[in-house]
Design a binder for this molecule. Structure first.
Ligand code: FES
Ligand code: FES
Length: 160
């Protein structure tokens, strides 16, 4: 049954509470209630990665998460992530590699790249392909995106 629920969760380091219909998706709450439009809606069914977030520290598609599942969770979006050094390195690498055209998919790719590099700081091209396989780009082509992750990986290694 679609009822009104109240949920609270940690959003980019701050407590966020909202009253919402129980059938809404976390993606809608982030975009419409929290105003985080960098979390994008592409396919709406878990296929494109445009809506990527970190959910309790793991990469997840917010279009596939029901609102109620966010209760008590720790959620990080591209909005909060964009204030980090990690973001600066990855986004600069995307720019330098020419991996951004319309930019629609870019926040999702940056979140997915960060998740990959946290787990595997020196990925091979094949590991990059696998790590980013949940994200779709309609315009750039994946060669430049792979190059961007390679660049970011090298720059991060020099930074430590
Ligand atoms: S909009 Fe969520 S995966 Fe495409
Ligand atoms: S840069 Fe346009 S969809 Fe990826």
């Amino acid at each position: 049954m679609n009822k009104l629920i109240k949920i609270s969760f940690l959003l980019d380091g701050r407590m966020f509470s909202v009253e919402t219909k129980s059938d809404r998706r976390l993606l809608d709450i982030l975009r419409e209630d929290a105003g985080i439009t960098g979390v994008r809606e592409g396919c709406g069914e878990g296929e494109c990665g445009a809506c990527s977030i970190f959910f309790n520290g793991r990469l997840a598609n917010s279009c596939c998460i029901p609102a109620i599942a966010a209760e008590g969770a720790e959620i990080d979006t591209i909005d909060g992530f964009s204030k980090t050094e990690e973001y600066s390195i990855i986004s600069q690498a995307f720019a330098d590699a020419g991996a951004v055209q319309c930019g629609f998919c870019t926040p999702g790719f940056i979140m997915a790249s960060a998740a990959l590099l946290r787990e595997n700081p020196r990925p091979t091209d094949n590991e990059i392909k696998i790590g980013l396989s949940g994200n779709l780009c309609r315009c750039t082509g994946y060669t430049m995106i792979i190059e961007a992750v390679r660049l970011a990986s090298g720059r991060m290694a020099r930074n430590v």
